[in-house]
Ligand binder design. Structure first.
Ligand SMILES: [Zn+2]
Length: 386
């Protein structure tokens, strides 16, 4: 989607510069907290995550252990189903007695609500068990393709999660992070099924790597809105919802700067030969991290974020997706989270073309203008506590 490294450098530097003032305010709060707790020791990069956590513990009345009890798996599942079905004009029907690899696994068939056309199948393998693959992810089992005029190969996809199953005395409960993750992964399931590209090469999740996460990132936003929280939880309080939103954006400018640092590093080492990685980090670190030097005697390049491994030169794509997902959510969905007209437009214009159409054109077509970084910057500014 980005097409050139120049565009990526420009994007990262633009976001970084826009967040500098906010990041500086965040840093001074953390420095003051360290001074209160430890006295006159200099603040280093090694203090960052620790003091963010300390500050959030002191400021937010959020007990994630207690919040968990409001998210029983079955309630979350029915809420998520309702949101996706109502919003995107879909109908899910459980297939009775499917041939599956374990009794916990469920199979669903997806239909277009108005025409009744079958669109595809998804398996849910949600619960932890011994010997099971231990990640939460979506696996494309079969991509859609058009074999001839009237015959279509159905998309089939599977979602694997690691939820705690019900026991005799307790229902299975989800941590809030698992709820967000489930929304995200289920977004990929729907993306896979709603992709109408005619060729396997472009259907399912086979779209540009810096575009593939955008729809799932858009759907994550429903987890922080009162209306949808009500649908997916057994309890709901406006105050809790506000706290979750504040927590989501807490110190986001500093955290983003750190991610931008790695993304710039990743772009540079994959754009030039014979780079001295230690020197490069030494140079980039204070430049991006508001003067904070790299921790002496370490080599941060050896602990690259796990999410970036195997995605050489595309580390930027996580921020990239979040930025454009925020643009989509803010301008089209935020004011009416369940508007079926907007949902249908999203399905037809963003999900349906898949990899067969240029992603910038896809987003421009849906938004009615070119995608912009502004909504993302504003969201960080608006929700900042500082
Ligand atoms: Zn994803």
């Amino acid at each position: 989607m980005a097409k050139t490294p120049f565009k990526i450098f420009e994007f990262l530097e633009d976001i970084s510069a826009s967040l500098t003032d906010l990041a500086a305010r965040e840093l001074s709060v953390l420095k003051a907290l360290k001074k209160r707790e430890e006295g006159d020791f200099p603040f280093g990069i090694e203090d960052l995550l620790y003091y963010i956590k300390r500050f959030q513990e002191q400021q937010f009345d959020l007990d994630f252990g207690a919040i968990k009890q409001y998210f029983p798996v079955n309630l979350v599942l029915s809420g998520v189903f309702k949101i996706f079905q109502d919003l995107l004009g879909l109908r899910f029907e459980e297939v009775g007695d499917p041939k599956v690899w374990h009794r916990d696994v469920r199979l669903f068939k997806v239909f277009d609500l108005s025409s009744g056309e079958s669109l595809g199948y998804f398996y849910l393998d949600l619960y932890k068990r011994e010997g099971k693959y231990s990640q939460t992810c979506v696996v494309a089992l079969q991509n859609r393709s058009l074999c001839n005029k009237n015959i279509c190969q159905m998309p089939v996809v599977m979602l694997i999660a690691q939820f705690q199953n019900d026991t005799d005395s307790h229902p299975g409960l989800l941590r809030f992070s698992e709820v967000v993750n489930f929304f995200h992964e289920f977004g990929h399931v729907i993306q896979h099924i709603c992709n109408r590209a005619s060729f396997v090469r472009f259907s399912g999740l086979r779209v540009d790597p810096d575009f593939v996460e955008i729809p799932a990132q858009v759907f994550e936003n429903w987890c922080y809105e009162s209306l949808s929280l009500k649908l997916i939880s057994g309890f709901y309080q406006e105050e809790l919802c506000k706290s979750l939103r504040r927590w989501r954006y807490g110190f986001s400018a500093l955290k983003l700067k750190q991610e931008i640092l790695y993304s710039l590093f990743d772009q540079i080492i994959h754009s030039a030969d014979n780079v001295d990685v230690v020197e490069l980090f030494k140079h980039l670190h204070p430049k991006v991290m508001l003067g904070l030097p790299m921790l002496e005697g370490t080599n941060p390049a050896t602990c690259f974020p796990r999410s970036a491994i195997g995605y050489e030169a595309s580390c930027y794509s996580r921020i990239w997706s979040e930025v454009f997902a925020t643009d989509i959510f803010t301008s089209k969905f935020r004011d009416d989270l369940l508007d079926p007209d907007v949902g249908m437009k999203f399905r037809n214009k963003v999900l349906a073309p898949g990899g067969a159409k240029d992603p910038v054109k896809i987003l421009t077509d849906f938004l009615g203008r070119e995608p912009s970084v502004q909504a993302f910057i504003d969201s960080r500014m608006d929700h900042s506590l500082l």
